[in-house]
Design a protein around this ligand. Structure first.
Ligand SMILES: [Zn+2]
Length: 305
């Protein structure tokens, strides 16, 4: 009998051990200590996943995205070419029946190119928004509010996530990409990064995934120049997206509209923009890998509204 109990205990132990390395992004704030604010701080488990915050998620069955109309002149990349590669990157995550025979319960719809090419979330009765993927242009940097941290020189791309801290509902995600580190050719070249691989990783963040501890996963936080294998998601990535968007989740709406409705233009310069508390999260030292680049620094925005 005792032996059988031990076997049961062992079985429970193995069954409860997470078989993957993926993590979901949560509303926790690594800058806050648990002594100061137990509700907002992060409490990481053995896999490095926060267990304290609300897990972020797009609540609808559809989400829209846009690209900046300038594309990347430095790379001679038009907005049409940009959207084509980005569409393929979304497809890598969402267009396969990977979740027990069904696709993830989220569709991503391209809403076109935006003249607005900056981080922005607007709130108010007439506020419109867009989830913008763009290459920050050097001459536009001065126009961005100086209180907003700019793309870190060591990061290839940066996703800024705005969410409701009470529920984890995602309001807006804008993604900046550093043109100086990207190769727009099919293969990464000249020590630069494969555009589609970088976008596929960023789409993982856009869907609500944190970095993974699995080096083969698309969500592994470091990238080796010229590697095109990250265009295709792995088993670990698949588990992540299917965990966030299972077929049977509660879906309150099927609207693709951004919060407040869509606009391709920037919002008013003053008056209606959300007051945001910004912070950066950097990767833990256990992820350090030589000769690789940090792919992304996730930045979370906590709405005070
Ligand atoms: Zn990343």
């Amino acid at each position: 009998m005792t032996c059988r109990l031990w076997l049961v205990a062992l079985a429970l132990l193995f069954c409860s051990t997470k078989a993957s390395a993926m993590c979901r992004t949560t509303t926790c704030d690594p800058a806050v200590s648990c002594g100061a604010d137990p509700e907002r701080c992060c409490q990481f488990d053995a896999d490095g996943c926060d267990q304290n915050g609300k897990k972020i998620v797009w609540p609808s069955s559809c989400v829209s995205y846009s690209v900046g109309e300038s594309g990347a002149p430095q790379l001679e990349l038009t907005s049409d070419e940009f959207s084509e590669v980005l569409g393929a990157s979304f497809g890598a995550w969402l267009d396969h029946n990977d979740c027990s025979g069904a696709p993830p319960s989220l569709v991503a719809e391209f809403y076109g190119a935006t003249s607005c090419e900056q981080l922005e979330v607007n709130q108010g009765p007439k506020a419109r928004n867009a989830n913008i993927w763009f290459f920050p242009q050097p001459d536009a940097a001065a126009a961005i509010d100086s209180t907003e941290p700019s793309l870190d020189s060591s990061a290839i791309a940066l996703a800024t996530v705005t969410f409701d801290p009470a529920t984890g509902e995602i309001w807006d995600i804008d993604v900046e990409i550093d043109a100086n580190q990207i190769s727009s050719s099919a293969e990464g070249s000249n020590g630069q990064a494969d555009f589609q691989s970088i976008l596929t990783h960023e789409v993982g963040h856009f869907l609500g995934l944190e970095h993974s501890r699995d080096p083969s996963a698309v969500m592994w936080p470091y990238y080796s120049a010229g590697d095109t294998s990250k265009r295709k998601i792995t088993e670990d990535d698949t588990l992540g997206v299917c965990t966030i968007y299972p077929e049977d989740r509660d879906i309150p709406t099927d609207s693709c509209e951004p919060r407040g409705g869509y606009s391709s233009e920037c919002g008013p310069a003053s008056g209606c923009q959300v007051t945001l508390e910004l912070r950066s999260q950097r990767l833990g030292p256990w992820l350090l890998l030589l000769l690789s680049y940090p792919l992304l620094v996730i930045r979370r925005r906590f709405s005070r509204g």
